[in-house]
Design a protein around this ligand. Sequence first.
Ligand code: ADP
Length: 199
Amino acid sequence: MIIGLTGGIGSGKSTVAKAFAARGIGYVDADDVAREVVEPGEPALAIIAEHFGAGVLTASGALDRAALRAIIFESSKERKWLESVTHPRIRERIVERLEALARHSTYVLLVSPLLFESGQAALVERTLVVDVSIDTQRERTLRRDGVSPEQVEAILAAQLSRSERLTRADDVIDNDGSVDELKLQVEALDQHYRRLSNR
Ligand code: ADP
């Protein structure tokens, strides 16, 4: 069984994933995979550099993310092209990772901020949303990332709204409380998921 774990920026996805991992449950982080598929030596990076030119590479040959962002911000056609190169590779690698983890884990988690937006929800049997109030989300993101309040607002505006996410959730963790309260909810869900996995 694959559970999709999602939530807005700073909602507590990583903290929840680690609490499941402490109970022996494996997880794949979709953001990590998205970074890996464009690392030096990956076919996708060569394809991207051939298409956009050496201007999207740094002096050491890595992807210049800021340069690429500037291009796709200007052109939805180029953004779509880029996604047609990266998305199938990200998906394939996520599936490989989940299958490898499933050999040693009763069930597995796919952690993805864009689970619903990216179509990755099609890979999972159930969805678990980490829910927090917007105030908590702002406060924790500002404290963690050292970004400006304006940047946080821009990210919040670009993400799915809290209510849209909740209507799509099979299960919800309320993370407005303490980390100990979060761990108790993870414990209860872990027991529930173990029963559902029939093992
Ligand atoms: P996400 O992965 O969804 O962006 P994180 O798990 O990194 O979110 O959590 C955002 C920040 O809030 C981190 O600095 C984390 O340590 C902190 N945090 C998460 N849950 C709680 C909580 N219940 N109480 C206080 N701080 C928390």
